[in-house]
Design a protein around this ligand. Sequence first.
Ligand code: HGY
Ligand code: MN
Ligand code: MN
Ligand code: MN
Length: 410
Amino acid sequence: MTYSIDGQRLWDSLMAMAEIGPSPNGGSHRLALTEEDAAGRRLLIEWAEALGLSLRVDGVGNMFLRRAGQRDDLDPIAVGSHLDTQPKGGRFDGVLGVLAGLEALRTLDDHGVVTQRPLELVVWTNEEGSRFAPAMVASGTYAGAFSVDSTLARRDRDGVTLGEALAATGFEGDLPVGEPRLAGFLELHIEQGPVLEENHEAIGVVTGVQGMRWFDVTLRGQSSHAGPTPMSYRRDALAAAARLIDRLQAHALADDSGHTKVTCGTLEIDAPSRNVVPGEVRLTIDLRHIDEAELDALEARFEDELVAAGEAFGVAAQGERIWASPVVAFDDACIAAVEAAAKARGLSYRRMLSGAGHDAVYVSRVAPTSMIFIPCRDGISHNEAEYSSPEQCALGAQVLCDALIELADK
Ligand code: HGY
Ligand code: MN
Ligand code: MN
Ligand code: MN
């Protein structure tokens, strides 16, 4: 049995959440465990408690909002995602998965439906990895990939630890991390790329996630005067950084398959000044590929180019890998439930891998998991202009609701 979700109610909730921590140009700014993030969490809790859901928070701030089932002895099926955003993020990344999950539970409530299994609406802490590295660290801790202590000790750029931020926002919970055990997890998310829109498909049935690796790079040359210092005397750290980035870009762009992804998302010059040759530069590198062996080769290429860039400019070049998330394949039964739901609704869909990381990556280590994508305009995300239409959001939520019922009554 399936039930029609209320697309307008979902849209109204999305727009109400977007009022919290708005960014200057119509996006969202709710960095993990800041007051804006906490306000968003509290709004969700208010909506969830109005629905009779009961809240539990674990030791790294993951929120579990539970709906009783007919058989509460059974492990629950969970839906959810994250509420934290990039510094200039969009109004749908993460939020859609949380609020579409709420909409599914609201729909069940409208029809007085109690599923066999209990249900959990989940908000994972710090998915974006923008404030605390790495991304998905709290769902990773839930799945046992990181220790609780190491996660609580992670520091942001101002030196604040994740544990301190939990205490400051009141979201340090006493639910042991790793509980509850889940019988399944479904995450709805915008695609954050152009494939569905370009192919005029309504739904992405996500079969897995590409591999990701993060590196911190420090380049140390010598600051010197921009005027009298001959070019041949210089040890310009920024010139070395530019060489590294340019060579990695050229390597990725030369890959006809399009599967090689390279990003330098942060770059800091120590004591920047227009008439000082940069002495020290710190940057980050994000490598991704759908194939683990290719990712190994890409990492080796990065290491070679780092050495070459340092030698070319007489700069000490140091790179440290701080995170690796292997290629992930989701659960066949969960994938089938999503595909069946899309088919039953007569929706166009494709099976596809996710280019972005999601909490489902780690949850899939400990529970059968899959994801549902909807298109986003021009494939743009991690950008204030991020947008999916009310109709697209409603179709995604409908597939989520149908697949959830399918799994929760098994
Ligand atoms: O990095 C990612 O892919 C995700 O948005 N955290
Ligand atoms: Mn996301
Ligand atoms: Mn994101
Ligand atoms: Mn001077």
